[in-house]
Design a protein around this ligand. Structure first.
Ligand code: FE2
Length: 259
């Protein structure tokens, strides 16, 4: 669509040709386009709702919230039956592919409540409860930090709705002690990226299972589509040292912690 807008602008612009004689009769032809302000022309030629859709990256394939659930759930139920690493990926990427088509404006707002006494505050609320997944909305205040935590036997498909946060994923390397233990163990950073409106991050029970968020100055809001692929045994926060023990492999020392 943006390409089409620029094409229209170019067609509507007037063209001026200037010829200059250069040495032995060689004529250099210069063409100048007298550009009209792009947005002035776009406003004249493109319907308002099309421009709004462009801002949201919506296409003809976009779906609203109700259609997302209706189209996503039957296949999700089938794929959820395979809880192997590959099966979880097939399940997660199906959900992610459907979420990529979602019109974010149609995601219903959950009733949010503050999580513990984090400052800047972080809020959560259940937006949808179903089978096989449930959806948690999160809202993180400007500059909030949500510490690393794991999701035992679970997968999560995170979709940004507003604002921006740094998101990092880790995996446990080797064995980790019980949540009650203060013993050190090793984790590997497997992903370091940004979550913002329309961006998606996935973790499964078998990979990238730990994540943490560092929010930017405008705050951030999003949803987690969470699914159990085994027993719910709770979860734990953890401390991860800033300096890696192996910079090349991105290994870090960690320990479980209470929040
Ligand atoms: Fe999480």
């Amino acid at each position: 669509m943006i390409k089409d807008i620029f094409k229209s602008v170019r067609l509507l612009s007037s063209e001026k040709t200037e010829k200059t004689e250069f040495k032995s009769g060689v004529i250099i032809e210069r063409r100048h386009f007298l550009w009209l302000p792009v947005f002035a022309v776009a406003a004249l030629t493109v319907p308002r709702n099309v421009l709004a859709a462009e801002n949201l990256n919506l296409t003809a394939g976009s779906i609203n919230w109700d259609d997302f659930l209706k189209e996503c759930l039957p296949k999700a139920v089938e794929l959820h039956k395979d809880s192997t690493a590959q099966g979880q990926d097939a399940y997660l990427f199906w959900i992610a592919s459907m979420a990529a088509r979602l019109n974010l404006m149609t995601v219903p707002n959950a009733k949010l409540g503050k999580f513990k006494d984090l400052n800047p505050p972080v809020e959560f609320g259940i937006g949808y409860r179903g089978v096989p997944f449930f959806i948690v909305e999160w809202k993180m205040s400007p500059n909030a930090y949500f510490p690393p935590h794991n999701h035992p036997n679970a997968s999560v498909c995170t979709i940004g709705l507003e604002g921006e946060a740094r998101i990092r994923n880790f995996e446990i390397v080797g064995n980790a002690p019980e949540f009650s233990s203060a013993a050190k163990f090793s984790v590997r950073e497997t992903h370091h990226g940004i979550i913002s409106a329309g961006r998606i991050n996935v973790l499964s029970a078998k990979r990238d299972n730990i994540h943490t968020f560092q929010v930017g100055k405008d705050g951030a809001r999003g949803i987690d589509i969470s699914t159990y692929h085994g027993e719910n045994i709770g979860f734990s926060f953890l401390d991860i040292q800033e300096k890696p023990t192996d910079a090349e492999k991105k290994l870090f020392e960690a320990n479980w912690r209470k929040l």
